[in-house]
Write a protein that binds this ligand. Sequence first.
Ligand SMILES: Cc1cc2nc3c(=O)[nH]c(=O)nc-3n(C[C@H](O)[C@H](O)[C@H](O)COP(=O)(O)OP(=O)(O)OC[C@H]3O[C@@H](n4cnc5c(N)ncnc54)[C@H](O)[C@@H]3O)c2cc1C
Length: 416
Amino acid sequence: MNGTALIVGSSVAGIRTAQSLRTEGWLGRIVVIGDEPHLPYDRPPLSKQMLTDRTEISPTPLLTKHEATSDNIELLLGTPAVGLDTTAKRVALADHREVPYDHLVIATGASARPSPWGQMPGVHVLRGLDDCLGLRKALHGDALSGSGHVVVIGAGFIGSEVAAAARALGLRVSVVAPSATPLVQNLGPEVGMELTKLHQRHSVETHFGSAVSSLTSSADGIHVLLDNGTELSATTVVVGIGATPNVEWLKDSGLTLGDGVMCDEQGRASGGSDISAVGDVACWTRSHAPVARRGEHWTRAVEQANLVGRRLCGVSIENMDRQVDYVWSDLYDWKIQIVGQPRHGCRSEIVGDFDGAHTRAAVLYSDEEQRLVGSFIVNWPRATLLLRKATEQRSNVRAARALIDARVPRNSGSTI
Ligand SMILES: Cc1cc2nc3c(=O)[nH]c(=O)nc-3n(C[C@H](O)[C@H](O)[C@H](O)COP(=O)(O)OP(=O)(O)OC[C@H]3O[C@@H](n4cnc5c(N)ncnc54)[C@H](O)[C@@H]3O)c2cc1C
């Protein structure tokens, strides 16, 4: 609980680790290194209200200067870490400084996959504040011109949220994705179809089952050529094709790198001592999951940060690694919440109703032993609470369904 805790990465996983360390009694120095020059801010609003707000916008802070001072958290911002010497216990920075540590926490997150079709003006990715400001300017410019056409490549959560934001600004929007429906690998074809219908209800032109062949730029915009021969002419293109963990700076460190920094169930990095990893960069083994997987969502980053903070301070972490996943997204008039691991299910059933003006529905995913493994819920926070608990308890899916059936007045009864 003494000595220097050095955290590399100044976003939610890094900042929450620093705060957890202080709260749980870390007495020594806490230093946070971040490559972005901005004070720590939160990412979820970047693809939502920060794109649509027409008035002056400012990022949602994760830690203010005042909070950093009062918690005695030292911030070294605007300078990337470029190397790690695990023997000397030092992190090298791009500005040639070296920072020693007693315990290192790696929280360098992930970067948006760049456009494989080349970079050109008008083509955007969305990961950080600077990306958001650039994209916002382009979308608002398109909206002012009255003739903007936004082509979003990728129909995951970020691509879909950008499409919804662009529609909220009144823009013509097309979404292109190679899969037949959005998020089919995570949520199955039926939910994928509901998401397709949701986009279409909001007048988005969907080109699903089509891959992009090329992007070319000309005086009248960006030409997006699809593999089925369709050509779309865009004013703005957003590439939302996933993210890769920021581990480049660790490649000679001796740490075990796979899809991120490989870690045990409590976030200890493999291949080094006194090193932990948290958040989107970290690939933790999980007691209830068949394979180690990176999270790439906010709640998991916070839970890992809290766990590591407590472990380093010698506070009990019993059952903390058993929490079920929780992800949210806002798409048009849908508040989406996902609990557990729908992808581990082999069967799914719908409770409630996806159609109609006021969607309120849950899809329950169960395994071969009929245990609830995950749920996809729309506009129904009460069901989310119940299903989160039922997933934690690995309840029988019928029992879970009975629990929420009792609270839904109209039951579609459909099985998908
Ligand atoms: C636009 C957007 C919207 C999202 N919306 C949602 C949502 O609605 N719901 C949800 O559950 N999740 C959402 N997420 C996911 C969630 O925000 C991430 O899971 C979370 O930000 C991960 O936090 P992190 O600290 O691990 O990594 P990051 O947020 O990626 O932060 C890592 C930080 O480390 C810095 N860094 C990288 N390399 C270095 C280096 N070598 N040296 C120093 N610093 C470095 C990065 O610049 C960054 O500041 C969203 C993500 C994005 C991008």
